[in-house]
Design a binder for this molecule. Structure first.
Ligand code: SF4
Length: 91
């Protein structure tokens, strides 16, 4: 039997757990993380079935589902710091 939460182009978790708070994105959820898949890291949601390939990728831009839990403020600022450091390295 195929898992219904696999390989869908919009946030499939909303069908299961309902929508999350308005205006929030999965990238700010504590369950959203990146998994190493060899040469690349893949964005995943810990609450859904996933493989170590791009087939079960979970975009950080998806609107959130009912299981949404915001990341701690320190993790948010750490991510923002990494992004700003990458921007510095590019220029
Ligand atoms: S809000 Fe969190 S639990 Fe829900 S789909 Fe997004 S990352 Fe997964």
């Amino acid at each position: 039997m195929k898992n219904p939460l696999r390989n869908i182009r919009k946030n499939p978790c909303i069908q299961v757990w309902g929508p999350g708070p308005a205006g929030t994105k999965c990238g700010s959820c504590v369950f959203h993380r990146f998994v190493g898949g060899g040469t690349k890291n893949y964005p995943k949601c810990e609450k859904r079935y996933f493989t170590h390939t791009a087939k079960s990728d979970h975009s950080s831009r998806f609107p959130t589902c009912g299981r949404y839990e915001p990341k701690p403020a320190s993790a948010e600022s750490k991510t923002a710091k990494n992004v700003s450091n990458k921007a510095k390295n590019v220029s």
